[in-house]
Design a protein around this ligand. Structure first.
Ligand code: AMP
Length: 179
């Protein structure tokens, strides 16, 4: 399959948001462009087309938008991974590291079954702390993380390398230098 569209040009960069020194990679411009959105979803799942995937897990909040589209595309179920306190039923929970300190994320305990094959989706991987927490949560249930997919990689922050060191295949569609 060939992809015609230059996805990188559809991502908007906002300097000093949410705080000085950060280059915020804004994917709302990509999502708002019909061709770019479709191509991003197609490209994210291309290596696993034809593989049996039971669930797509999306990380709050931008991972919900992409993960929902990916799940529909590959006829898998969608599972939200949310910040603590947002899910109504019994959850499994894990602490994960942020730039400063710790936070907790949750998933419904019955959302993924032991042995299921899961693809993890988020918009961007930076230090990998968020995705690492999500991988541990899925593995804690006894399911397999078949891959982790992100539109954007910030390779200088080492997140993709961290996931690969955990034996998670990582798919990213573009990279930006720096952080
Ligand atoms: P990390 O846990 O460091 O890999 O951070 C990944 C999470 O933070 C993702 O959910 C991203 O949406 C968000 N994030 C981190 N850095 C950026 C950035 N420069 N631009 C946009 N989102 C970011």
């Amino acid at each position: 399959m060939t992809f015609e569209y230059d996805l990188k040009s559809s991502v908007r960069t906002i300097r000093d948001y949410p705080k000085p020194g950060i280059l915020f990679r804004d994917i709302t411009t990509l999502l708002g462009d019909a061709r770019a959105f479709r191509q991003a979803v197609d490209e994210l799942v291309q290596p696993w087309a034809g593989n049996k995937i039971d669930k797509v897990a999306g990380i709050e909040a931008r991972g919900f938008i992409l993960g929902g589209a990916v799940a529909h595309q590959i006829s898998a179920g969608f599972v939200p991974i949310r910040k603590r306190g947002k899910l109504p039923h019994t959850t499994v929970r894990i602490a994960y590291s942020l730039e400063y300190g710790l936070d907790e994320m949750e998933m419904h305990a019955d959302a993924i079954l032991p042995g299921e094959r899961v693809i993890l989706v988020d918009d961007l991987i930076a230090t990998g702390g968020t995705a690492e927490g999500a991988v541990k949560l899925i593995r804690q249930i006894g399911a397999t993380v078949v891959a982790a997919c992100f539109i954007i990689d910030l390779p200088d922050l080492g997140g993709a390398a961290k996931l690969r060191a955990m034996d998670v295949p990582v798919r990213t569609l573009m990279a930006f230098d720096g952080h």
